[in-house]
Design a binder for this molecule. Structure first.
Ligand SMILES: [Zn+2]
Length: 93
């Protein structure tokens, strides 16, 4: 159960910026965290490190594949993580 892939869902941090995030209901005691989509697709779970936490944008960095993700904030608001793969429009939720 521990390492099942479906504990994570693909999310869109920004247009064309993808990452995996642990599902809220599967999170247990873990803090929210992001997983590198590149590495994840190769079967490796690698945390994304946030290197910049700015007022205009955040930057995340994967120490393994060197992927850098940049997430621009909308005018001062918090970044909204949007699930793109875990949503079933016919599920009735
Ligand atoms: Zn990576």
């Amino acid at each position: 159960m521990e390492c099942r892939k479906d504990r994570y869902k693909l999310i869109s941090l920004a247009p064309n910026v993808m990452a995996y995030a642990v599902k809220e209901d599967m999170r247990d005691s873990e803090p929210p965290h992001l997983i590198c989509a590149n590495c994840y697709n190769q079967g490796q779970k690698r945390f994304l490190n946030q290197t910049i936490h700015g007022s205009k944008y955040d930057r995340y960095n994967c120490g393994t594949c060197k992927e850098e993700l940049e997430v621009h904030r909308r005018s001062g608001g918090a970044v909204q993580f949007r699930a793109i793969s875990d949503y079933d429009p016919y599920d009735g939720r």
